[in-house]
Design a protein around this ligand. Structure first.
Ligand SMILES: *Cc1c(COP(=O)(O)O)cnc(C)c1O
Length: 236
């Protein structure tokens, strides 16, 4: 079972959340984005259920999780709240069935085989599973994500699958502390996104930006930022 009790006080959690919300609003203003256009997805992996309850009471309905079993345990503990769950971690092909059934979104689809399984295993009484394709923009061999060269074909294939609804792209660029370099990486993803839309897809979600680089992501057109540590504190 996941940890039940919160390790940080409710007061501190509220302060951290307010600070992240302010950063997002300020970045929207500074970079000419319309107010409120960037969604904050709290990333609750490794965090106790009580912290999710706190954020739910502050109005958050969607949460990002990376570890399947932990996420399923939390979903069970929180069934009364009718939350939406975003799977953002690496996907092994033997784990697709519960992901297809118990999540509303998956941000980390990076190959056709996984997409086909998720589509086939999505229960037909549910809406199609919302999907973002994870792109490896920094070209690091160890990271998950499709290369930019393989993206158009993968996107066309996923777009045709009946159990999935292709919504956009996601990336986790290699860490940079220089703002302009952060921007350059996000710019690549933005260009790929625009190109796919120019080619006829109807993507509306650019999932990029985390605690340390959300401003650069918003400058480059992020519609959703995934934030863990700056809301909940450093992970152990
Ligand atoms: C953990 C994680 C995050 C959150 O990262 P923080 O630096 O804690 O904000 C965002 N996206 C993905 C895919 C993650 O695994």
């Amino acid at each position: 079972m996941p940890e039940i009790r919160s390790v940080i006080t409710h007061q501190l959690l509220k302060q951290r959340l307010a600070h992240v919300e302010r950063r997002i609003r300020e970045a929207e203003t500074r970079f000419g984005r319309s107010p409120g256009c960037v969604q904050l997805l709290p990333v609750s992996k490794t965090r106790p259920v009580a912290d999710i309850v706190q954020l739910a009471s502050a109005g958050y309905r969607a949460f990002g999780e990376s570890y399947l079993q932990e996420a399923l345990d939390k979903q069970q503990a929180l069934t009364g709240l009718s939350l939406a769950w975003h799977f953002i971690g690496p996907i092994q092909s033997n784990k697709t069935r519960p992901i297809a059934r118990y999540f509303d979104w998956v941000h980390s689809v990076d190959r056709e085989k996984i997409a086909r399984r998720l589509s086939a295993q999505r229960p037909r009484d549910l809406l199609p599973l919302n999907v973002c394709l994870q792109v490896n923009i920094s070209g690091e061999a160890a990271k998950s994500g499709t290369g930019l060269d393989a993206l158009p074909l993968l996107a066309a294939g996923v777009n045709a699958l009946p159990g999935l609804r292709l919504r956009g792209l996601m990336a986790i660029p290699a860490w940079e502390d220089d703002f302009e370099r952060q921007r350059a990486a996000f710019h690549c993803l933005r260009e790929a996104f625009d190109q796919l839309n120019a080619d006829g897809l109807a993507l509306d979600t650019l999932s990029m930006g985390m605690s340390g680089d959300l401003e650069a992501a918003i400058a480059e057109g992020a519609t959703l930022v995934r934030v863990g540590s700056d809301i909940f504190g450093a992970r152990k």
